[in-house]
Write a protein that binds this ligand. Sequence first.
Ligand code: ARG
Length: 399
Amino acid sequence: MSDGNKKVVLAYSGGLDTSVMIRWLKEEYGLETVAVLVDVGRATGLEELRQKALDIGAVEARVIDAREEFADDFLAPALAANALYEGKYPLVSALSRPLISRILVEAARETGAVAVAHGCTAKGNDQVRFDLGIRALDPSLEILAPAREWGLTRQQAMEYAAEHGIPVPLKKESPYSIDENLWGRAIECGPLEDPWREPPEDVFEVTTAPEKAPDEPAYIEVEFAAGVPVALDGRTLLLHELAAAVDDLAGAHGFGRLDMVENRLVGIKSREVYEAPGALALIMAHRDLEDLVLPRELTHFKAGLEQKFADMAYNGGWYDPLMDAIRAFMDSTQQRVSGTVRLKLFKGGCSVAGRKSPMALYEHGLATYGSDDDFSHEAAKGFCELWGLPLEVWAKKNE
Ligand code: ARG
């Protein structure tokens, strides 16, 4: 392990592939590995994994607790944009990749590394997000993605590990490929590759099966300040704590499972299963509060940009100047998004049961059908006359 050797910063997860990579990068590329394990939530056994990287031969191994940064810099903007790819998927993995890219690039600068490596395969979206993220932040760094090139099957990777004294997971390998963080869990592969087959119960970890969820509903209250959730049931929390708490509560009631066929950027349709109770509940609450406080035209226009935001994030464009511009728009809409939303959780469902805000544009006097009505009924006749005028002219010409 000579200090004079060139270094590579590896996005290390502790799993089989990135463990093998520490040795592979040395043997095939002559590079010493600085292993960087980023905690974006839901991670366990980090110190053991750090030690494992050193045992395998990394010259340095770092664990970075990035949960707060992840929540503040990525989840808050995603929530402001009610971001759901294809109207469903809350971008769990897509949001963590630009943050991990940023942390890798910082580590490369600090350690003088010439390259950055990640463990993504050629068929997924994550390689795109890492590659674009790293290139946007430091175009001088070389990007290595050994799993995109080595063509090792699971079995061959295990054999390589055994030959090189790399510890392999002892318990039977799960058939699933899982990526998880504060915003949810993504589960792929194995029996899920048959889109007709219902996901086996063992893919789920944070959601109770709806049929086994409690028979009594639960209510939670989420308070927002300028678009960001700041308190849960009256308790002030940091965003990453609040997201985790809502995740637990909503998941316990069986809410938050998604089963979808998704269009990947690389052209493949893939069957994806997610559990994201916290993300989906918070997006539902946030969107509902916006309906209460934002004017009609703004809400309608924003919906189009929300979709663009989700596509940009999904497709690896977090650091694209268009994304900066969209985020500036989103920010400008959030100043008035303050108030409280009450959610009802029951048997796999989550629904909004109430909302209130000092910024509400809802006016009882305008909305009511009761005696205290102060809407101008006289004006309505003329309004309809003029609003329908072009249609009437058209209809007469086409009689
Ligand atoms: N299909 C999702 C996405 O592209 C989930 C990816 C999960 N990643 C993984 N390495 N298992 O965002």
